[in-house]
Design a protein around this ligand. Structure first.
Ligand code: NAD
Length: 314
């Protein structure tokens, strides 16, 4: 689907990925954003987008924002991302229920194109680089399990309800706008205590970090080019071919903040229960579609660390 002169809805459009995507889409399209601001910020929503504050899991919100004149929906809203909450059932139900209700509303009004923000964690602790057809899919976190269940619902919509689905399995996405994750976490900790940095796990966890600008370029590229491929469900890994260890991230953040703290570790090979310690996605399918990341993993981390360190100094 060409991304110009379209009317598009972005759920979670005040968040890290959603707000960047909205900026990209606004270049040539009309965009409405829905976000409950549970984690996003109103000031992140780019000028030019129509903004509706609402909970995507509520029927009244869906009736307001999912209308028959939409060309497609990009579903970026998610609760309790990255880390499993204390209440796994609530976390699972919130995300899976939201996606099911969104799909039902789309089907009811005849909007049948959706881009979905899934995750590398659906693969669990898998061999690397992990291709899209890797099996068995055995997530080790409730977050990953919910995303896999949501992918299954998208598959049903694709195969039995006439939907076209672009399913993006993201590596770790980092960006200069407010967001969660290891880089903002280190910056916040070092702003509080310049002498000691506490690192979750043993620091040797190693993952692919993709700059959010590359992430939304890749999403747009897949939407514009993958429709020629067979099948209504287009699943693509989005990441970098390179990885960065947690120790390296700590070094980069410290360099950008001009600090030399002592590192202490909480220990173990995982940062938290459900953390996949090593992650690198195969991006061969994306490359075959003619797209390459412009920023490698270390450089993406440094760009974000530099921007966040600048915000702290300002
Ligand atoms: N950032 C990453 O590294 C990463 C990696 C893999 C997958 N993802 C997925 O990509 C998507 C975007 O991630 P992000 O990093 O931008 O997260 P984010 O938290 O910055 O953005 C999510 C947005 O959704 C909103 N939201 C949450 N629940 C909502 C609800 N019920 N109704 C309306 N809005 C709601 C939040 O307020 C927030 O603005 C999420 O689905 C996430 O699971 C992100």
């Amino acid at each position: 689907m060409k991304l110009n002169d379209r009317y598009l809805l972005v759920t979670g459009g005040a968040g890290l990925v959603g707000s960047e995507l909205v900026g990209r889409l606004l270049e040539d399209n009309k965009v409405v954003v829905v976000d409950d601001l549970s984690n996003g910020r109103l000031e992140s929503v780019p000028d030019g987008a129509e903004f509706v504050r609402g909970d995507v899991s509520k029927p009244e919100t869906l009736e307001e924002v999912v209308t028959e004149d939409l060309d497609a929906v990009f579903h970026c809203a998610a609760a309790d991302k990255y880390v499993d909450s204390q209440d796994p059932r609530a976390q699972f139900d919130a995300n899976v229920g939201m996606t099911q209700r969104l799909l039902d509303r789309m089907a009811a009004v005849g909007v049948r194109k959706i881009g979905f923000t899934s995750t590398s964690t659906v693969y669990g602790d898998a061999p690397r680089p992990t291709p899209e057809d890797y099996a068995p899919l055995e997530p080790i976190s409730t977050y990953g399990a919910a995303k896999l269940a949501e992918e299954s619902l998208l598959s049903v919509s694709a195969h039995s309800r006439g939907f076209t689905v672009w399913n993006f399995r993201f590596a770790n996405v980092v960006g200069p706008r407010f967001g969660a994750g290891v880089v903002p976490d280190f910056v916040a900790k070092l702003t509080e205590n310049q002498d000691t940095l506490t690192i979750l796990g043993n620091g040797r966890q190693e993952k692919s970090y993709m700059h959010v600008r590359d992430c939304v370029e890749a999403m747009s590229h897949v939407v514009e080019h993958a429709t020629a491929a067979p099948g209504p469900m287009h699943t693509y890994n989005l990441g970098t071919a390179t990885t960065t260890s947690v120790d390296r991230i700590a070094d980069i953040v410290c360099e950008e903040m001009g600090l030399e703290p002592h590192y202490e570790y909480t220990g173990g090979d995982r940062g938290w229960t459900g953390d996949v310690p090593k992650m690198r996605l195969s991006i061969e399918k994306l490359r075959a579609l003619g797209w390459e990341p412009t920023t490698e993993s270390d450089a993406a981390v440094r760009a974000v660390a530099s921007a966040l360190a600048g915000d702290v100094r300002a």
